[in-house]
Unconditional design. Structure first.
Length: 373
C-alpha cells in the first residue's frame, strides 16, 4: 500500500455554463460555480471533492468563495500530515476549528473518501458498506418557467425515457398564480408522470394553509419545504393536514434536525443532500435516524457537478434508507462535460460509476477551460 499521508490540499473554482437558466424561488442561474478540492497523498494518490451550493449563498449562507477561504485557511492545516483513512478523526477535529460550514466540510469529506478508496483500489461505496444496487431513480427539476415551457420540456424527457417524475419550483410568483400554473402542468402530465413541487421555504403558514390543499387536489404528489426551515411546528401542522407527503429539505441539515422532524412528525420524507449535511458520514447519521423512524429519504441535489453527483450516487446505492428516489441530475444541466467518461443516465435512472474511488476521471482540459481567473 502506498503512503496514505496527506501531502497537499488544493482548491480550484470553476464557473460552468448551464444548458438553460435554472430558476429557484428567489434567484436564477445561468452558470454553476463549483469548488474542486484536491487531496494528494505522499504515495501520489489524488482524491477530489466538490463544494457546491444551489444558486449561491441565499440557500445556506455559503458560496464557493467562502468555501475556498475556509478550506484553504482553516481546514487544510487539519489535514496536512494526517492519513486519508483517518476520516472520522479528521472530520471530528475540523468541527473544533470550523462551526457549521457544512458545504465546505462536505467537499473535504468526499475528497478524503475518494483518495482513501483509490489508495485501496476499491470504489467509495465499499467504504460505505457496499452497494446493494447499481442505479437509482432520478426526478428531473423543471425550474420556475411558464406552464407551456415546462410541459414541453417534460414531454421531451418522457419521450427520451430519461425521467418519469418531475419537480417544479414555486415561491417566486404570486401564490395563486403559481398554484394555477402548477395544477395546469400536473393535469397535463396526469397518467404520464408524477409531479412534485418545491417551494424553497418561501411561503408563510397562512399562504401554505390556503394553497397547499389546492395543489394536492390538483394532482401534485409531493410537497417539499413549503415554509421556513426553523418552523418545525408549522411543517408538522401541514404534514398532518395534507393527503400527500411533505418533504423536509432546508429543515434538515444536521442529525439533530432529523430528530426534531421525527419527534414532531413534521415530514414523511427527508431530503438528504450529501453537500448540505456535511459529507457522506453525516449523511449516513441522518439516514439512520430517518430509517429507524420509518421516514423515507430522497437523494436530493444542490446542482452538483460530476464529482459531487458521483459521491451522492455511491451514497444512494449503498444506503437502503434512500427509498424515495433522487434528483441527481446536476451534470445534465451543464453545457460542457467535465468527465472523461460521462455518468450514465437512462430509463429514468442514473447508474453507479465503476472503478476505484468515485469511479470517475475529470477531463482536465474542460476543468482548465472553466477555471475562474
Amino acid at each position: 500500500m502506498s503512503d496514505l499521508t496527506i501531502d497537499s490540499v488544493a482548491t480550484t473554482i470553476l464557473d460552468v455554463p448551464l444548458v438553460r437558466p435554472h430558476k429557484f424561488a428567489t434567484t436564477s442561474m445561468t452558470a454553476q460555480p463549483l469548488l474542486l478540492v484536491e487531496v494528494r497523498t505522499r504515495g501520489g494518490v489524488v482524491g477530489f471533492g466538490e463544494g457546491v451550493v444551489p444558486g449561491g449563498p441565499w440557500w445556506g449562507g455559503e458560496s464557493v468563495e467562502t468555501m475556498q477561504a475556509i478550506v484553504e485557511k482553516y481546514i487544510s492545516p487539519v489535514l496536512l500530515g494526517r492519513r486519508v483513512d483517518d476520516v472520522t478523526g479528521i472530520m471530528r477535529d475540523i468541527e473544533r476549528v470550523v462551526a457549521n460550514a457544512r458545504f465546505a466540510k462536505a467537499s473535504v469529506d468526499v475528497a478524503l473518501h475518494d483518495a482513501w478508496a483509490r489508495s485501496l483500489g476499491v470504489p467509495v461505496h465499499t467504504l460505505l458498506g457496499g452497494a446493494f444496487r447499481t442505479s437509482v431513480d432520478v426526478t428531473w427539476a423543471l425550474g420556475a418557467a411558464s406552464a407551456e415551457e415546462i410541459i414541453d420540456e417534460a414531454q421531451q424527457k418522457l419521450d427520451a425515457k430519461l425521467n418519469f417524475s418531475f419537480k417544479l419550483k414555486m415561491g417566486a410568483l404570486d401564490p395563486g398564480e403559481d398554484t394555477d400554473r402548477v395544477v395546469r402542468i400536473a393535469r397535463a402530465l396526469e397518467g404520464k408522470a408524477g409531479v412534485r413541487v418545491d417551494i424553497n421555504a418561501r411561503w408563510d403558514r397562512l399562504t401554505a394553509l390556503k394553497f397547499l390543499p389546492r395543489l394536492a387536489e390538483g394532482g401534485v404528489e409531493m410537497i417539499e419545504q413549503p415554509t421556513p426551515a426553523d418552523q418545525f411546528e408549522v411543517l408538522a401542522e401541514l404534514n398532518a393536514l395534507l393527503p400527500v407527503p411533505v418533504m423536509a429539505d432546508e429543515s434538515v441539515q444536521t442529525p439533530h434536525d432529523a430528530l426534531e422532524i421525527v419527534q414532531r412528525r413534521a415530514a414523511d420524507i427527508i431530503a438528504i443532500k450529501t453537500t448540505k449535511c456535511g459529507g457522506l458520514k453525516k449523511s449516513a447519521e441522518i439516514a439512520a435516524i430517518a430509517k429507524a423512524a420509518g421516514i423515507a429519504c430522497h437523494g436530493a441535489t444542490s446542482i452538483e457537478g460530476p464529482i459531487g453527483t458521483a459521491a451522492s450516487i455511491h451514497f444512494a446505492c449503498s444506503e437502503p434508507a434512500i427509498d424515495f428516489g433522487s434528483e441527481l441530475f446536476g451534470p445534465l444541466l451543464f453545457d460542457d462535460e467535465l468527465l472523461q467518461v460521462p455518468l450514465r443516465y437512462e430509463n429514468g435512472q442514473v447508474h453507479l460509476p465503476e472503478g476505484p474511488g468515485l469511479g470517475v476521471e475529470l477531463n482536465m482540459d474542460a476543468v482548465k477551460t472553466w477555471t475562474r481567473n
